[in-house]
Design a protein. Structure first.
Length: 181
């Protein structure tokens, strides 16, 4: 390669690596879900009372702390608590929405917001942080299998992936014998 071509290749490779490195840098990423809600119809005299329980789990699955986390409700819930216990602030928007503000949620950390309502049903409008909106994910309870089952399934998956890779390489060698030998 002559000198000019080498310089051009160096510049192109450097720019490409610089562009790709922005996708590999550590970031925060919030996921949230609602593991349950339930209504209790308490038939008490002289009037009936309906209690509603809800919870929201917010987890940072990223590698950097998620800062300035906000949980926004349409109206202030009757009662709420955060678990594990942590400092938070409450605020209201111009529209009358209730905001729970948490300074940060660390990497791989989670916060559970427990809600109890008897007058105002909680309507969650948004969960966001400094870098964007949290992604709502669907969940369902799952059976916890013994460790030996998990290890066996993992081993079978690795053996299967290796077998598929071997068959593909052999097929390529058969189809293109001159190029691969």
């Amino acid at each position: 390669m002559n000198t000019l071509t080498g310089y051009i290749a160096t510049i192109v490779v450097s720019l490409l690596i610089g562009y790709l490195s922005q996708f590999l840098k550590p970031r925060s990423k919030l996921l949230c879900w609602s593991p349950h809600n339930f209504y209790f119809d308490l038939r008490l005299q002289p009037r009936n009372v309906v209690l509603q329980t809800n919870s929201i789990t917010i987890q940072n699955v990223g590698r950097v702390a998620a800062e300035n986390v906000e949980i926004i409700h349409q109206q202030k819930p009757d009662f709420f608590e955060l678990f594990p216990a942590r400092d938070f602030e409450e605020a209201s928007t111009a529209n009358g929405e209730h905001v729970i503000k948490i300074k940060n949620i660390g990497p791989k950390e989670w916060v559970l917001v427990q809600l109890l309502s008897y007058v105002t049903a909680p309507v969650i409008k948004n969960v966001r942080w400094k870098d964007g909106q949290a992604k709502w994910v669907a969940i369902q309870p799952q059976r916890v299998w013994p460790r030996w089952v998990n290890v066996s399934v993992t081993a079978l998956l690795i053996i299967g992936a290796g077998t598929v890779a071997y068959v593909l390489v052999r097929a390529l060698m058969y189809l293109f014998p001159v190029m691969l030998h």
